[in-house]
Design a protein around this ligand. Structure first.
Ligand code: HEC
Length: 156
């Protein structure tokens, strides 16, 4: 491939990706994925976040509800800020320290599928929204910033 055509291909791929990014929605792209990959443990019959915090004291194998937009965003924005990003990260984010989050394995049956689904969620959340920070600083990791939270687009 010549240099020019490589550039052209990359430009076209970039255009396709950004067009895609604008079209990604919770209803069309994310909800079906979460239902298929996570629904067994995080579906409509699972307790919502606050009930789960109480119930998990007695049952460590219990998952919480994540199948609707507000339930899901509880783990992206507040109060479980960044939990979704920390658990789903493939270990390549600088803050992940090389270790994938313990829910990454559920994103698909093989690594190509997991990478594809991770990329879809990242793109849907918005550029600059994949932050592993908690609401408040812990150890050497600073708390999330207002700018980081403002990067969340996540179209419904
Ligand atoms: C086989 C059951 C199972 C599947 C499938 C599963 N999870 Fe979980 N998940 C759990 C359990 C149990 C916990 C609580 C224990 C823990 O923190 O690891 C949990 C915890 C989490 C948390 C942390 C919540 C918090 O505030 O600490 C997130 C985020 C999460 N899961 C997201 C997902 C996503 C997204 C998927 C699908 C890609 C998924 N999980 C698939 C069982 C599951």
């Amino acid at each position: 491939m010549t240099r020019l055509s490589t550039t052209a291909v990359l430009a076209l791929a970039g255009m396709a990706l950004s067009a895609n990014a604008q079209e990604l929605t919770w209803q069309k792209d994310i909800a079906p994925m979460i239902k298929a990959e996570c629904g067994e443990c995080h579906g409509a019959d699972a307790p919502e976040y606050n009930d789960w915090l109480v119930l998990r004291e007695k049952d460590k194998k219990l998952g919480s509800r994540m199948d609707t937009y507000p339930h899901f965003m509880t783990y992206v924005a507040w109060p479980a800020t960044g939990a979704m990003q920390r658990r789903l990260d493939d270990g390549k984010s600088p803050a992940a320290g090389g270790k994938p989050g313990n829910m990454y394995k559920y994103l698909g049956g093989n690594d190509a599928e997991r990478q594809k689904n991770l990329q879809i969620i990242k793109t849907w959340l918005g550029e600059g929204a994949w932050n592993l920070n908690r609401l408040k600083a812990r150890d050497n990791v600073p708390g999330v910033t207002k700018e980081q939270l403002e990067a969340i687009k996540a179209k419904y």
